[in-house]
Design a protein around this ligand. Structure first.
Ligand SMILES: NC(=O)c1ccc[n+]([C@@H]2O[C@H](COP(=O)([O-])OP(=O)(O)OC[C@H]3O[C@@H](n4cnc5c(N)ncnc54)[C@H](OP(=O)(O)O)[C@@H]3O)[C@@H](O)[C@H]2O)c1
Length: 291
């Protein structure tokens, strides 16, 4: 028998997961709820199943309720759902925020609803495109242990690969994603600007840096970070590091030193004397004007 899935928030993520759940043949979409009726109708049309709704109190009974509203609206919507008293004890409610925890749904948990978060590490820019490419997406589960089995089954039915975070692990998980995704872009920009300062024209600098980063990422994923590490710090070449620092200023030098210290911790080749010289070069330079 198909389990019923309600979706509160028929936007990019809600519509995509709803369509994939329907297509799996294992779920029936009960209702799709938005504040604007036209949005709920459009979501139902894209999903191919479900009833469009605007009133929380009208939600039909469902085993799973996905709260797919913007992050800031998750806690208020959970409070409204609890006030409406529509989710029975023993049902599962979950949101898909990367940063927020299951505790955003606390008013529902207080009513005996099994609450969790299930975050797909995926960008749902366009629903049709997202549906085609979602297979194999890692989905981070966190929350009430009683919600784990039904949400793992849901994640697998839509083509995802579920895994569990440690209790309280959501902030570290999201920090890791931010470093991996956002800081990669900042590093690309930093390296491109520094190359341009050395006289490489802007187009060539972007290609030079981008292709080297791509190659290095491939190596690090294939070999692991320690084996993939090359360059002056890995070799213990403090003279080259000093020359780099001579042409870097401000936040660029701060970033170079900070990441350099993390790099030195990974490097196994430098001997004790090289390590000491590198440590001194890469130390924080608090109070100096040019670094
Ligand atoms: N987009 C992504 O790539 C992505 C990736 C991973 C996780 N997520 C997570 O998925 C969740 C949804 O993100 P999204 O990008 O799909 O959002 P979205 O495209 O902006 O859609 C939000 C939906 O929620 C409805 N909504 C907003 N406030 C509401 C309220 N108070 N009550 C009922 N419905 C409401 C909106 O319709 P009305 O305006 O008509 O109410 C809309 O249908 C967020 O928690 C986000 O962090 C998103």
């Amino acid at each position: 028998m198909k389990a019923t899935l309600n979706i509160v928030g028929g936007g990019r993520l809600g519509t995509t997961l709803g369509a994939l759940a329907h297509a799996s043949g294992r779920y029936r979409v009960g209702a799709v709820l938005c504040r604007e009726r036209a949005h709920a109708e459009a979501a139902v049309a894209l999903i191919g199943d479900g009833v469009p709704l605007c009133e929380l109190a009208a939600l039909p009974p469902a085993a799973l309720t996905l709260i797919a509203v913007p992050d800031a609206a998750i806690a208020p919507v959970a409070a409204q759902l609890a006030a409406a008293g529509v989710l029975p004890a023993g049902a599962v409610a979950f949101h898909a925020s990367g940063a927020g925890e299951a505790s955003l749904l606390a008013p529902l948990a207080a009513q005996g609803v099994h609450c969790a978060s299930l975050h797909p590490a995926f960008s749902f820019a366009d629903p049709a495109r997202a549906r085609e490419r979602f297979a194999g997406t890692l989905c981070a589960f966190e929350g009430d242990a009683a919600a784990q089995a039904p949400l793992y089954a849901f994640a697998r039915a839509v083509g995802g690969e579920p895994f569990a975070l440690a209790p309280g692990g959501k902030a570290a998980y999201h920090a890791a994603l931010s470093v991996a995704s956002n800081y990669l872009v900042s590093l690309l920009d930093l390296a491109t600007r520094v190359a341009a300062e050395g006289g490489v024209d802007a187009g060539a600098a972007a290609r030079l840096v981008g292709s080297l980063m791509q190659q290095t990422l491939d190596n690090a994923r294939a070999l692991g970070p320690v084996a993939a590490l090359t360059g002056p710090i890995a070799r213990g070449d403090d003279g080259t590091v000093a020359r780099h620092l001579a042409v870097l200023a401000g936040e660029d030098a701060v970033a170079y030193r900070t990441l350099g210290r993390l790099t030195l911790a990974l490097a196994s080749a430098p001997d004790a004397a090289q390590r000491d010289r590198l440590t001194a070069l890469l130390a924080d330079q608090a109070g100096t004007a040019n670094t």
